[in-house]
Ligand binder design. Structure first.
Ligand code: CP3
Length: 341
């Protein structure tokens, strides 16, 4: 049976139900994922197409979501650029930070077929296994979000390295962003060529910037990415975390869908963004710690708030949290699918 409610919604075509997928849907909250992860570390999982295929399909089979998202990570293309990447169980990602002319000057662009063949092989394999059941989403980090990890060397609360560079060496940061935009373009185009049916650009950290800096250091490099994509056949989704105050800057961004975080009202965001694009979001991930009745009530309210026009893709406003009970994720998908206005 073909199920294209996700792609229909990307193009604002009417659908029989509101499509849903869940950010980080193949993750640690899922015992079946933990079983695979118990045997291999996270990067090995990302680099082994058979395993990446297996975990990509878990949420399609177990949650009944309307799209699969490639199992990988936004940090994967940084390694072939010359930035060592490791994942530590308690600390999260740890990278070889690039903070001066010498380190940034030594970075190189990537050739996806040579540098990350396992990503493209996973996409081909997943498409083969999905046999059209649901579409496959490819993804990348946005240049500013990738730069944040590259300059900070990992996750941070203060962002003083990247913002320090932004205020003291804007030229150097711009060089890095320019290179990252080129990398993201070739990375996403390779994913599209391998069979990704939509692509999402994750801008997790764009929302740490005030308006003028957001425009110069996050939005402009993202525009460069978007204009470089071979996108005649695939919808493009731009997800901005913590970006309610920035939404008005996205009005003319040339993407098919804008993904929003949970801190804003979806109806309001939709009217700010204009109704010519789809909208994705935006349930607070912690709603999944409430009762099934409350999850359904809030999901239905959100669908009503988004309004009756086609083009709403239901999602969480950020990634699902590892302690989330899996049966609550299943009941969210059911609540969204069964809702009739
Ligand atoms: O959604 C999916 O199922 C696809 C897989 C996916 C992962 N990461 C797997 C992952 C996707 C789309 C991502 C994107 C990603 N990665 C983002 C953007 C989305 C967001 O959350 O804002 C970011 C910022 C990253 C970077 C990253 N990867 C961090 C900060 C961490 C550690 C934090 C944490 O949650 O542990 C990761 C690790 C990671 N990426 C895991 C998974 C399943 C957990 C790794 C494990 O199994 O131990």
């Amino acid at each position: 049976m073909s199920n294209n409610t996700f792609l229909d919604a990307c193009y604002r075509r009417p659908t029989s139900h509101i499509p849903i997928w869940i950010m980080r849907q193949a993750g640690r909250y899922m015992p079946q994922y933990q079983e695979v992860r118990g045997k291999v570390d996270f990067l090995t999982l990302c680099r082994t197409p058979d395993l990446a295929t297996k975990v990509t399909l878990l949420p399609v089979d177990l949650l009944n979501v309307d799209a699969a998202i490639l199992f990988s990570d936004i940090l994967i293309p940084l390694e072939p650029m010359g930035i060592p990447v490791a994942f530590e169980d308690k600390k999260g990602p740890v990278l070889g930070a690039v903070q001066d002319d010498k380190a940034i000057g030594a970075l190189r662009s990537i050739e996806p077929e040579e540098d990350v063949p396992f990503v493209l092989e996973a996409i081909r394999q997943i498409r083969g296994e999905l046999t059209g059941r649901v579409p496959l989403i490819g993804f990348s980090g946005a240049p500013f979000t990738l730069a944040t990890y590259a300059v900070e060397g990992g996750t941070t609360k203060s962002f003083h390295n990247i913002k320090g560079m932004m205020y003291s060496r804007p030229d150097l940061l711009s060089d890095l962003l320019d290179l990252l935009a080129d990398v993201v373009i070739s990375y996403l185009n390779a994913q599209i060529k391998a069979g990704a049916q939509a692509v999402q650009i994750f801008d997790t950290w764009g929302g740490i910037l005030a308006d003028p800096e957001y425009i110069k250091f996050a939005l402009e490099p993202t525009r460069k990415v978007i204009s470089g994509l071979d996108r005649s056949r695939v919808p493009v989704i731009y997800y901005l975390n913590n970006g309610a105050y920035l939404a008005h800057h996205l009005k003319d961004l040339d993407v098919d869908v804008i993904g929003i975080d949970w801190r804003q009202d979806i109806g309001h965001a939709r009217s700010t963004l204009g109704k010519t694009r789809g909208i994705q979001g935006n349930l607070d991930p912690t709603v999944l710690f409430a009762s099934k009745e409350e999850i359904a009530r809030r999901a239905h309210q959100l669908i009503d708030d988004a309004g009756p026009e086609p083009g709403h893709i239901f999602n969480l406003g950020h990634g699902i949290l590892p302690p989330t009970p899996m049966e609550n994720a299943i009941s969210l998908v059911e609540a969204v699918h069964s809702y009739k206005r």
